[in-house]
Design a binder for this molecule. Structure first.
Ligand SMILES: [Zn+2]
Length: 324
């Protein structure tokens, strides 16, 4: 089952079936855009209401093909007699329509992509097209499994033992991704990197005061976070938030040149058309329009003074403010 010739459904050792790239897929490629089989806005903590809502949606499916696609989805609750087959399938496979959304959708093909704690692709719900969309966050060689992340940001930055517990509770499988299956030394190093990223991230985000008082220190934390993500093999959409933080720190202190450069780097991290992307894209050209612009003039520059620098020179210029 695959609607694209970019990938095919294959057996994955230890993980049932998964989608494997059949060709080289460059970073940023839209791998899949799928409309929902149906959407649902129900209270998942109220089993009676949830089951009734689901049964009605399944009855309303307009063709046998749709019903077959629905009942072919994996059910993590198959052995739980208190949960109907349809409810089990929805609980296993429903995706929220955007981060934190109450409404969710069923996407038979998207559901075939397995989780990894260092995934090479990511989901984005694009409201404008009404499609759940998967973008390659990294270059994916032919033969490699295409993976996405099922966890929220907080859980993803926990140690392996905590991530595994979260995945088991939410999705009822034990994660055997490349990161989780590492040697004890590799796992210890990975755990240390993730915990440090979370610590630095809290430092920048903790109420905003440090960003106002010690922007150089905050920008240095951004630089460290980016390096840790690279070392962790998470050089994809995970970088977006950090580039966006660096953009905000610079724009807040009047450094429009670097603000613009960081906004441009943030834009390269997300699949084309995602809502996060749209939240930053306008500031590449017009950082001065951001709500934080002009709060301080401590680092005042005009836009785009970095033209003509090579990559090395650009990096040095970009992080100059991080010396503290
Ligand atoms: Zn894992």
């Amino acid at each position: 089952m695959a609607s694209s010739n970019m990938y095919s459904l294959e057996p994955i050792p230890g993980a049932g079936l998964g989608m494997v790239a059949t060709v080289f897929i460059p970073r940023g490629t839209q791998i899949l855009a799928e409309p929902p089989l149906f959407t649902l806005s129900a209270d998942f903590s109220n089993p009676t209401q949830l089951t009734a809502a689901i049964e009605a949606k399944v009855r309303a499916l307009s063709s046998d093909t749709q019903r077959t696609a629905f009942f072919a989805l994996h059910n993590n609750y198959a052995t739980d007699r208190a949960i109907s087959a349809a409810a089990g399938i929805v609980k296993t496979n429903a995706h929220p329509l955007g981060v934190g959304a109450r409404e969710c959708g069923l996407f038979p093909e998207c559901s075939r992509f397995n989780h990894s704690c260092a995934s090479n692709s990511s989901y984005t719900w694009i409201a404008a097209t009404g499609k759940e969309t998967i973008f390659a966050g990294k270059d994916i060689p032919a033969g490699q499994q295409i993976t996405v992340n099922y966890l929220d940001e907080h859980s993803l930055l926990q140690k392996r033992s905590d991530r595994r517990a979260a995945i088991l509770a939410l999705f009822r499988f034990g994660c055997g991704c490349d990161v989780c299956a590492g040697t004890p030394a590799e796992v210890a190093a990975s755990d240390a990197r993730r915990v440090e990223i979370a610590r630095l991230d809290r430092l920048i985000g903790g109420g905003g005061m440090l960003v106002m008082v010690s922007p150089a220190r905050c920008l240095d934390s951004c630089k460290q976070i980016l390096q840790l993500y690279m070392d962790e093999g998470m050089n994809d959409d995970a970088l977006f938030k950090t580039y966006n933080d660096a953009f905000q720190i610079c724009v807040m202190h009047g450094d429009l040149a670097r603000a613009s450069a960081f906004a441009a780097l943030a834009v390269t991290c997300t699949g084309a058309g995602g809502p996060s992307l749209e939240s930053v894209r306008p500031y590449v050209e017009h950082p001065e329009r951001h709500a934080y612009a002009g709060m301080s003039q401590k680092w005042r520059t005009e836009r785009r003074k970095f033209r003509g620098l090579d990559q090395n020179g650009f990096e040095k210029w970009l992080w100059k403010r991080a010396d503290w």
